[in-house]
Write a protein that binds this ligand. Structure first.
Ligand code: ASP
Length: 334
């Protein structure tokens, strides 16, 4: 793959969201230290979170969909060239972010889904792997029971089989799922988003998730959608987390990058993108955004109630310290 852009000397930095993102930052900075690129750092950083069975919203250990299948979504983008790759609904595979990178590097397409993504992954040498852990399976069972009771016994339990996604009217499931999300019962949210600027000025964004717990089969998470969950340009990069439907509808990461291009700082860009969404739609859920610019400045913001504190962290190659930040929630002025 040809990767060419105007090389600028910049101060390398890597940023990742949520507590699990610390692992991504530590791994990624290690790659930069050894002379690796921003692309290598983002991929390796995200892989380290995908491989952690204690993170229940990404890769191994992720909570399955309503049928008990762990569906993985991921995307990666090089801002300098706009090259990008994504997979959605990838099953039985260990590292969706690495498959997304292969899509970017080897495929004439940007995004592969389901069976096609799986065949492509196997052709690239990614072996069969079951990301479902015993803990995630138990949690899935518990959430299915909650979902069943949230449906107020509108169906019999015998109808509520493993094929629940197909034999029940979708709106009944949808409203029960909405209820669980609102009540905070579905709380294992937390995409991993990682952004990096390297010493050659390469800017990369990557995002990975197992999607919202017990989602309907085939649901596409924002994390695999370029422009929504992930975006990078010549000026900056951004990654979103939270209820992906809002992120997709408002192409949040793209918006944050546009504001960066117009001169906003990364934090201002995230705030503006979120506020613009709030002006257009009531958002009763958590949404978080992180961003960086080509000068190596980083930032983030969120829409949140008190229950959700959005944290992110970053490390610069020059000082080596882990900087931890709690993002300010944005609100429309009344
Ligand atoms: N954005 C992810 C999704 O909607 C979830 C998350 O961030 O936790 O699938």
């Amino acid at each position: 793959m040809d990767i060419e852009w105007e090389i600028t000397l910049s101060e390398p930095v890597i940023i990742s969201n949520w507590n699990h993102g610390k692992q991504a930052v530590t791994t990624g900075i290690g790659i930069l230290r050894k002379g690796g690129s921003a692309l290598d750092a983002v991929e390796a950083g995200i892989c380290s979170v995908e491989d952690d069975p204690e993170t229940h919203s990404v890769g191994t250990g992720g909570i399955p969909n309503i049928e008990g299948v762990v569906e993985l979504d991921a995307s990666i983008m090089i801002g300098n060239t706009h090259q990008s790759g994504a997979v959605t609904g990838l099953v039985m595979t260990k590292n969706p972010i690495s498959v997304a990178r292969k899509v970017m590097e080897l495929c004439p397409h940007v995004m592969l889904s389901g069976e096609g993504a799986l065949h492509f992954a196997r052709a690239c040498g990614f072996e069969y792997y079951e990301p479902l852990t015993p803990w995630a399976k138990d949690r899935w069972e518990a959430l299915r029971k909650l979902l069943f009771s949230a449906m107020k016994n509108e169906i019999s339990f015998s109808q509520f089989t493993a094929k629940v996604g197909y034999n029940i009217e979708p709106e009944k499931i949808a409203s029960a799922l909405e209820l669980l999300i609102k009540s905070g019962e579905i709380r294992e949210a937390g995409t991993v988003g990682t952004l990096c600027l390297d010493a050659n000025g390469m800017i990369v964004a990557g995002t990975s998730t197992s999607g919202l717990p017990i989602h309907l089969p085939g649901r596409v998470a924002d994390s695999s959608v370029i422009g929504a969950g992930t975006f990078a340009s010549e000026s900056g990069a951004a990654s979103s987390t939270g209820i992906g439907e809002y992120v997709i509808r408002h192409t949040l990461s793209r918006k944050a990058c546009d504001y960066i291009e117009e001169g906003s700082s990364p934090t201002e860009a995230c705030e503006k993108a979120l506020l613009q969404m709030l002006k257009r739609e009531n958002v009763p859920h958590f949404i978080g955004l992180i961003a960086l610019n080509r000068n190596g400045n980083v930032g983030g913001a969120c829409i949140s109630n008190e229950a959700h504190q959005f944290t992110f962290q970053y490390q610069r190659l020059s000082d080596g310290d882990m900087h931890e930040v709690t993002a300010n929630p944005v609100k429309l002025k009344s």
